[in-house]
Write a protein that binds this ligand. Sequence first.
Ligand code: ADP
Ligand code: ZN
Length: 763
Amino acid sequence: MQRALLNEPGPGEFCLHGGHGPAGAASSLVAQIVFNRPMDAVYTYLVPEHLRELVGPGQRVRAPFGKANRRAVGYCVGTGPADETGRSLKSIEAVLDREPLLSETMLQLTRWIADHYLCSWGQVLDTVVPAGVRHNAGTRLVKLVEAAPDAAERLVEAKLPEKQRAVLRVLLDDHGPLRFDELIKKADCGPGPVKALCTKGLVVETSQRSEEFTPETSAVEKHGDLELTGQQRAAFLSIVAAMRSGEHRTLLLHGVTGSGKTEVYTQAIREVVHCGRQAIVLVPEISLTPQTIRHFRSRFDSVAVLHSHQTDSERHWHWQRIARGEVQVVVGARSAIFAPTPKLGLIVIDEEHETSFKQDTVPRYHAREVARRRAELEGVPLVLGSATPTLESWRRAQQNLDILLSLPKRIEQRPLPPVVIVDVRNDPQCRPGGAIGVALQRAMQKTLAEGGQVILFLNLRGYSPTLWCRSCGYVIKCPHCDITLTYHKGRNVSLCHSCGHEAAILRCPGCGRGGISYLGNGTERLEKEVRTKFPDYPCLRMDSDSMRRPGSHDAALDAFRKQEVRILLGTQMIAKGLDFPNVTLVGVISADTALHQPDFRSGERTFQLIAQVAGRTGRGERTGRVYVQTTSPTESAIRRASEHDYLGFAAEELQRRHELMLPPYQTLVRVIVRGPEEEAVRHHSDEMVEVVKAVAHATASTVRVLGPGPAPVAKIKDNYRYHFQLSGDDFESIRDLWRHSLPKLPKTRDVEFAVDVDPMNMR
Ligand code: ADP
Ligand code: ZN
């Protein structure tokens, strides 16, 4: 006698196979199934009699799919009675999950994502349920044996060999299922007697999924909440009021750096936890530092952390714990917005302006918009925090669609640091191989002599971003991408930061002669300069090259906190969230890197960068200063940032966006067309635009079609890239136009396209 008794969901253990063909139609049950295919379609399958009780929305099933009837795994998104049309439907073959992987709300949310980001539902579902969960990573199926219910009575009468009797006695003594291997050890026998008892129906074999994975945990010192300042308290009370209202509201918490936003979130979450609910806190991947994690773990008993460097087993383990309601706070990067919290009470997005909240592969969702939708569906507040909100969020608050909460002052009335704009156009020290100008060097000397610490920010890793041939003037690009190679001196290779291509460049690929010059500065070269100019002060470089080893990030920050390191230099890795009271000087090596990007958000990014970097100083008793080196000192974004004038910058930038018909006044959808042959890509994108324009004309659409043209980065990984954009007053009109155009679009071998709704990356 065998039956499948399950405690944990998982494939392979719940497969009840049905060979039944289409059954009698009248009272039949059908299931709507979605597969992970680019086509956005829902298929109807018949549910065989023996699976009726087992299947439901949010569970996965296996079913024959397509013309060849290959077995495919899909998600059940609904069930219902079969209609009377007598269609001959295919049947599902097995139900793979005992419990739904997705709640009703999550199914609605995923449907919305597919609609909004113009992709298929199945693609979204496979993103929302992590691979580790789908594959039961870190768990193992163990065979269990237990005594049949009537075994005790039958043991008395049954004539049983001694070994079998021993097995049964062990099971009856233990009163519960035992692992197969444990049982034969206890009964001191081989597998034979157990099998024999099974055949006689005296014992039952079952299986159970057991967790093989145990996460490393280190104890964290607990801290109490701080007493909120007046402005923090006002913000906190607004969030609590929104929470009590039981209706969704989005609140934009605009607080300057060091104003104590984290404490506001923390105490709002405290209220959520008091009510037996859970909170999700999204932070940019780069701020998911030990410091952030420690903060939440020091305040709450049960915190789950989700990030992209976890193994499948780790992620699965956390996911199950969250789904069981054992976690109070989920802290994670973008995809943590899909955490299966059973009773969500609040969503917080810290540093909401960060571009990493947008995913750049299908589904190209923005976690902030998904959060807004999820919070609406669950009737809970969403709090967006930033010192430099995106203009999208800022405009919603200006229109009173969202509630604006302000923390205009730093904690303890500390002043925001003075920002000095340094025009380095004629600086004799700023040239190839020299990054620290005269003024910054002097300021560093003074700061270090006074015992302060220095942070230098440069958003280019490697030694030099430009390899230039002295003979023919050729700038060396990646053979596969339209991107210059970056020289990495430590490894002595030239690297493509887009595709990872690496080469040892000894001579110019153009003219074949030697004599390569390295122009421009990366962090590696800056480190060399710092060590030369400040040999007496320990310095440390933090970028994704130097922080490769696990734990190195934590160790580096620790050394800086203990002041064993006096100068910290690095990429954006050091621009966020760090809180060191003794940092009294921050230098931005070049504010121009972000400014000269071919992107309508370049001004906004530059403003954000300077404001965030400036936020790293003056956080202790001592005041700090910021030096921003630039060759565009009159640029408004730089000027406004140096005056800490977010309001002025936002007003001016919104005006400009309005005049240029750009987001947030218009919705943009970008279509990227790519393929290995440039001519085919160009031709294909021309044809696509013709179709879309014709459909727009025929349907009297107000959507504007811009382009096509070569993308700013015209080639990536041997694929040429063209793009065009759809721009409209509202998203719905663009979606209508796109849906009408889609079936009419040309199909060419080797040319594909990607659709990016609300694009953040314009490369
Ligand atoms: P933000 O996230 O707005 O940049 P933080 O949350 O990092 O600001 O807070 C800045 C500093 O102020 C932190 O060291 C924090 O511990 C401290 N802080 C926050 N709130 C309070 C408070 N109410 N009383 C005292 N210190 C506080
Ligand atoms: Zn490349």
